[in-house]
Design a protein around this ligand. Sequence first.
Ligand code: MEV
Length: 441
Amino acid sequence: MANKRVNNGLVSGFSKKSKQEKIKWISQTCFANPQLAKNILETYWHTDEKLQRLHDEFIENAVSNFYLPIAVAPNFVINEKDYVLPMVTEESSVVAASANAAKFWSTRGGFHAEIIGTEKTGQVHFLFSGSHQKLTVFFNTVKSKLLKETEGITKNMRKRGGGIVDIELIDSKKNLKDYYQLQVLFETADAMGANFINSCLEQLAKTLQDQAANYAPFSESEKQIEVVMSILSNYTPGSRVKAWVSCPISELGENGNILAKKIIQAVNIAHHNPYRAVTHNKGIMNGIDALAIATGNDFRAIEAGVHAYAAQDGQYRGLSKALIKNKTFWFELEVPLAVGTVGGLTKLHPLVKWSHELLQNPNAEELMQIFAVSGLAQNFAALRSLVTTGIQKGHMKMHLLNILNQLGATDSEKIAMVDYFKKNVVSFNAVEQELEAWRKT
Ligand code: MEV
């Protein structure tokens, strides 16, 4: 049965309304208590008008700000350098997990990371109905022209060491009728490069069509190359980074041997079982996304690319590896990442700028390494909890303040409850009951 449509009233020209008009319309049309709805939006406005306008102009139809906490995780030692990581997340235990893992590994040689590649891919998807051989000859003939006509766009990037690395013609007719691609490889220096890549691709598509239209050996129908779309790929296996930690098992703690073996089992399970692998990788992304948001990077692009990589052999698998060799524990993560330290929000959003400075203004390669380490640290912390105490102990401890806030606890009640639950198991019911009992005393 079709759902009954709720008629809130359609609106035309919404984007052209002023911010106040938008808030008025939305509050009156969609909320039971329009004044309350309006107040909530206004409470989250910034009093500094210039700063508020900056945020308003990031996106269309902005009506307020959405706050998430930004936190720091200190004590990260990465390639012998100390870092404090900025993290934006709503999940209570993530920062504590990072800080714990960072501290743990800081006295065991720290984290290590290396870049495996930084190449990104873009595609012009097009349809060509005609002789494959003629298209190949045409492509080889016009390849230098294709590159030449992007020179205006690539000029600055080339000065920074980036640009178009290569263009390949890919025949995908076996998948879709008449379907070909120009597969283009890019280096984008310290930029994530989405705008740069897309601008190049659109120019390449145009040149491709123009050249085909005037290519004498083509028949009239072959001259009509149909471009479907030109867009970068967020799958970036050519832009990859590896992070690892290792130490003698004896240094892992009292039951180091058991811990190492259990972590290896957990990693093996994630390798074989997709249900577990998704959660395993979600934990890794807790570390990567929090850093991505803090540094103004596109976490949706990163997520999409990482998960595709996790399924590269046809089965979704855990991304980390663990082993014991010569009584040494080794734990490693390899992920595809496209991140930027210039462009986008990096110089615009004051907290993003702040985060980059906190990280000592890394270049894109250094930032990729920090991202991978952040993912590895989360994964280590999660697995260590899962195979020892269980995850809920730490999770619920961190969630305690959320529960207390939900129950309207005062500051003194919070102090008493945090103290009580140092030695007792946290659950919503347990906190509710204990708070009630405390209030009666
Ligand atoms: C929770 O956000 C993340 C974990 O579920 C990750 C994992 O299970 O490995 C704890």
